[in-house]
Design a protein around this ligand. Sequence first.
Ligand code: C2E
Ligand code: CA
Ligand code: CA
Length: 728
Amino acid sequence: MHRNTLSESRQTQLLVLLVAAVFILVAAALAGLIAGSIATLTTTADDIDDQRALQATSGAVQALRKQMAATLRDNAYWDDAYAEVNADTRADWIIENWASTSADYPLYDTVIVVDSENLPVVAYRKGVPMGVMPGEFTDDFQTLLDAARRVRMSDEVPVHFARSSAGTELIGAAAIQPFERDESLVTGDFYVLVFAKLITPAVVAEVSNSFAIADLRLELKPAAGRLAVALKGVSSDDVGYFTWPSMAPGSKSYEKVDGDLRTAGAILVLFLCSIGFAGGITIRNLRKSELASRRRALHDPLTGLLNRAGLLENFAVVSDPLRLNGKQVKLHFIDLDGFKAVNDVWGHAVGDALIVAVAHRLRDTLPKDAFAARLGGDEFAVVTINELGAELAPSFGRRLQEALASVFEIDGRSIEIGCSIGVAVSALGSVQIAELMRRADIALYRAKDLGRGMTIDFDTSFDDDALQQAELESQLRTTLLKGGISVLFQPLIDALSGAVTGVEALARWHREDGTVIGPNVFIQIAERAGMIDLLGMQVLTRSLNAAAAWPALNLGVNISPLQLKNPRFVEQVTAAIRDAGFDPHRLTIEVTESVLISNPEQARRAIDGLKKIGVKVALDDFGAGYASIGSLRRFGFDRMKVDRSLVAALKVDQNAGAVLQATVALANALQIPVTAEGIETEQQATAVRLSGCDQLQGYLFSRPVSADEVTAIYCAAAASCSASHSSR
Ligand code: C2E
Ligand code: CA
Ligand code: CA
């Protein structure tokens, strides 16, 4: 399952990366587009304005020429002028009408009139006669004059720019002729009127003003970085240039917003960086939480050891044959002895603290390359790697048991605990983990069965035993379903009178092959296989039915601790008693002390329930384990049965007599009667009688016998009885 969350986290990381990348790309693309647009806007605005200025300047030049041309036409295509220049007084007339005005006339400042031979008749500049011949206008002057004579009346008269010693001039010429062209006249004979106008800084300034072209200049060459319009000479060569700087309104507008744009750019970059940063942090956090959840998924939160998933994953790594390099992997399953009792008696907080403390010692005991896991509850696993065949000396199991043997101090309590260990080996990594775990489990099971503090190595023979066990289990199931468990009864003898006062029911399994299996074997199987409730109730019902024939005898029935855990136990016993029509006061339920330790609350509830309906409860096998006299009183037992081992010890151990005596005396002081079990000799019978036991049981009096035999004994003792009952 954690794999899914991991890949989910990885997907989320990718998604974050993708979203951040897309965002940054889109933002960058938008920024690029906007920057491009602004650049285009800027250059387009600049171009448009340059174009406008170019047109305006060209228009200004054109206007200057048109104005000059119009002035020339007005003055040259004039009947009076024609008449006057062809008269002898022409010079005076020209001076008076044209030349003198050149002093301060805005449209021209130079007036020249030439005759048909192109020889100057009058040449004035600024109202005074020109000293020099107008040859200074170069050869182009002749071309201009010829053009003026050749031009048709409807056409524009020639006007051009020219360079003179004074500077750049606008110069034009028109043949002096009648207003209406007289075709009989030879054009070559015409006088020609020439006007020129020096392009002074004032003229430039006026053009600059009226055409809104800032910083307009007249220059001989186009200047770098400035726009220019050529001033064409007569022979179409460039005589000079009007130049001006580009206004570049786009660039200027751009400069105005440049600061803002830079700020915006900086903000965008900052924004993108923070997105990248946030994305990075998110991914890092995701990665961190992925690692954390991976850790969580593979570790036990209480102890910090690996959990089952972690064990499997680590095992897969170390058991790789290549990595193992000729070594063997050993899997140890460890189960604490008596942990359940600690939990029940001291509570879960202490239980947890103990688990943590055990994990500590486990860690400290780990050899190199080994790792430990907590599989749940009080179960641990340790995987060790060691040389093939070579055993650790002392073995890890031994060392761990030694490590756990010393007392744990928890919350001021001294707690003693041990462990059972099952070990399975995989040489060269040849055994798969599932099989290895199964083997370690079986070995642990064995170790537990053998008692406390055992380490058992798995042996293949275990599998055969397990097979047999499984076979037995299935046979027992079949027998139980057929109601095939039978019951024998062992008489209970009154210590004083020697009379039979009761019987204890003891279960027997007669198998189909004729063998009889005792309860010490099959009760355990039934408990493990979950068949104990069924078995217990079968024995009870059968015993109640049989004992109905012996109204004067009490009936003792053994109950497994597991049955007391069944919440419906009291209810089921009540129903069985009612169905059998049995007097509950004649029934004694025998329970062993183990139930008091493992589950005191449930035991108390069941015992109380039984006592409420009149059934008596006896503590069985007293002295074989740990039960104290105190628990006799605490649970309100009606009787105590001293274990056979205590009685058997009598003949070998002087002390045993004293222990038995003290035990019985204490029970008697609490007014709890005591049965002595396993009496085989007269000496034992005398000893327990003297100790104060009021009831005796053992082979000395009778082995467990069938119901029919009880009936026979009973009928021999009692005058009247019904012998019709049988246990089967
Ligand atoms: P227990 O309750 O202590 O029963 C007495 C056991 O001691 C019986 O063994 C009996 O045959 C044996 N015994 C009696 N007198 C002597 C003697 O003088 N010498 C020796 N050596 N043994 C003697 P059994 O029948 O094999 O039962 C063994 C145990 O199985 C019982 O011990 C009881 O704890 C359990 N058990 C028997 N029947 C049932 C049952 O129906 N349900 C449950 N849960 N347990 C049962
Ligand atoms: Ca018993
Ligand atoms: Ca017993």
